[in-house]
Design a protein around this ligand. Structure first.
Ligand SMILES: Nc1ncnc2c1ncn2[C@@H]1O[C@H](COP(=O)(O)OP(=O)(O)OP(=O)(O)O)[C@@H](O)[C@H]1O
Length: 272
């Protein structure tokens, strides 16, 4: 896995620079369940670098968009293409694009996701991280050092032997976030990661997001928190009723939203 754009400092070093994973392009993507489209004709290119924040009312299709990018679901119609063919073991050079065009996904792109409610093993903090490192096939000899790096990154050194599920909500989310970063992902997807956290815990997660951004990891985050969106976003994708209503630089979005739907959302009106 690349550390060229991923989380440096957690150990790996590729000698050859792989073709970057991004951009990911969605061309006329529809996603439906039982014949009913939940995402309609989505065309969007998400490039590296900028922190992308996805906003929109409840039920608009934001999580579905993230799941498409996570590879958990595939378009019912249309095409989703990565710059790098992550499906192919040798596909890191030359750049045959990877794509998903329907049916069940055949694999998952090398991205990590953080959800609103972390899913943690009924084991200690350290065991959760060690398990992730094992699954990621980090050589046994490197695991101890990487574990320490992750514990330090998440400020969880004092909690290492505590059962993960007995941590506070904020600590659990710090653990889930550093576990996601253990993979040195080129892209980190976050689905309302701080929705149930207090300001201090939110600040800690935003710090982790910011430091991984500074190390080159692409950030794509769904949030309803306007303050957080303003703090983090370089660009905003606004989703309404399964369509992309707007994809603009953050400053434009917050000061001069172009779409009727975004104007209504930002002014606190009900958007159906
Ligand atoms: N597997 C499914 N079967 C049927 N409907 C689904 C399925 N998954 C999602 N939906 C519907 O698709 C719509 C979009 O869901 P999604 O979770 O993407 O919304 P969202 O924008 O993330 O909303 P929220 O802000 O409330 O989390 C919703 O109406 C949801 O009920």
């Amino acid at each position: 896995m690349s550390t060229q754009q991923g989380f440096a400092g957690i150990g790996q070093s590729d000698r050859t620079a792989p073709t970057p994973l991004l951009p990911v392009s969605l061309e006329n993507v529809c996603f439906g369940v039982n014949g009913a489209d939940l995402l309609h004709d989505v065309s969007l290119t998400i490039g590296p670098g900028n922190r992308t924040v996805i906003m929109g009312p409840n039920g608009a299709g934001k999580s579905l968009l993230l799941r498409l990018m996570q590879g958990l679901i595939s378009p019912t119609r249309g095409k989703l293409t990565w710059r790098r063919d992550w499906n192919s073991r040798q596909g890191t050079q030359g750049g045959t694009p990877g794509s998903a065009t329907g049916g069940m996904p055949s694999g998952a792109p090398p991205v990590s996701i953080v959800l609103q409610r972390p899913v943690l093993l009924r084991r200690s903090v350290a065991a959760n991280l060690t398990h992730a490192l094992r699954v990621l096939r980090v050589p046994r000899a490197e695991r101890a050092a990487r574990l320490e790096e992750l514990l330090t990154l998440g400020n969880l050194q004092d909690r290492r032997d505590q059962p993960a599920r007995s941590l506070s909500g904020g600590e659990q989310q710090r653990l889930a976030t550093v576990r996601a970063l253990a993979a040195s992902p080129e892209m980190l997807l976050l689905d309302e990661p701080t929705a149930s956290l207090d300001p201090q815990a939110t600040h800690a997660i935003e710090g982790l997001i910011q430091s991984s951004h500074e190390r080159g990891t692409k950030i794509v985050m769904v949030t309803h928190d306007m303050g957080q969106a303003k703090r983090i976003a370089d660009e905003v994708v606004f989703v309404s009723q399964g369509r992309i209503a707007e994809f603009t630089p953050a400053e434009t979005f917050f000061t001069q939203p172009q779409s009727e739907e975004a104007r209504a959302y930002l002014s606190g009106q009900l958007v159906i």
